[in-house]
Design a binder for this molecule. Structure first.
Ligand code: ZN
Length: 266
């Protein structure tokens, strides 16, 4: 049992929309949480880095972020500057989770190896969810982990896959019990992507130049990166939302609508 603390930080809301369309699933005012872990030793660790207001796919999408919901401002409330952060955990690299990594220039960024490998073999239309221009330039800060890994005593990375090839959850031992940050693991690829009618995909991609999406020009660089990287070998367990729920007293989804911002989970 440890006494780490977790603070949900609300970084705004986004809407992914096509005007005049009844067919597109309602993705409206989705809250976007990142998390600040304060370890029992006092070390701040960030989980995920939210979305960029200027990069939300689909033609009539929008994001809302107040000044107080900017990451720098949120951390200021804890007397923390982004440069104080030495560890960032990315549950996955979708556009709404990995857009502000450049703030954390001194951090090591923990990502599953399969998340990077998966970029070389994306499923149909999955390229619309990754914007490597947001983070690829920081690849030297990345630490690639292959499977489950104990980052610190009482803080574990748990690979789930599913939502993306290398999606991971984070289990944190708090005084009241174990808390699991689920990331987007409740949303499977099949559920999300098959809801969008085929003819919408081209429209979906039209709002921006190709730099907003995964582009094959990165493939060779990714291969070189994987080849050269020091990979942390973890253990393979293949967690599901159900198994994560069983191992914890509380599971928290990144887009939860009932989560109280800034209220400590301890
Ligand atoms: Zn996602």
């Amino acid at each position: 049992m440890h006494s780490h603390k977790v603070f949900p930080l609300l970084t705004g809301y986004f809407t992914v929309a096509f005007k005049n369309s009844g067919k597109f699933p309602k993705v409206e005012n989705i809250p976007s949480f990142i998390f600040l872990i304060i370890t029992e030793e006092g070390e701040p660790i960030i989980v995920d880095s939210s979305f960029d207001l200027n990069h939300i796919p689909a033609p009539d999408s929008k994001g809302v972020r107040s000044k107080e919901q900017e990451i720098v401002e949120l951390l200021k409330g804890f007397n923390i500057a982004p440069s104080d952060i030495g560890k960032v955990i990315q549950t996955h690299l979708h556009w709404d989770h990995a857009a502000n990594l450049s703030l954390f220039s001194k951090a090591r960024i923990y990502v599953q190896l399969d998340e990077i490998k998966g970029l070389l073999n994306l499923r149909k239309y999955e390229e619309t969810s990754f914007c490597p221009d947001h983070w690829f330039f920081m690849k030297d800060n990345f630490v690639l982990v292959d499977g489950d890994y104990e980052l610190l005593p009482g803080i574990e990375l748990l690979k789930t896959g599913g939502h993306t090839a290398g999606h991971q959850a984070v289990k944190i031992s708090c005084a009241s019990g174990d808390v699991v940050l689920l990331g987007d693991s409740p949303f499977t690829y099949e559920w999300l992507w098959t809801l969008i009618p085929e003819d919408y995909w081209e429209l979906y991609k039209k709002i921006a130049d190709e730099s907003f999406f995964w582009i094959p020009k990165y493939s060779d660089k990714i291969k070189d990166w994987i080849f050269m990287a020091d990979i942390i070998q973890g253990s393979e367990k293949n967690h599901t939302v159900e198994t994560l729920a069983k191992m914890s007293s509380r599971c928290i989804f990144s887009h939860a609508t009932d989560l109280e911002p800034l209220k400590a989970i301890s």
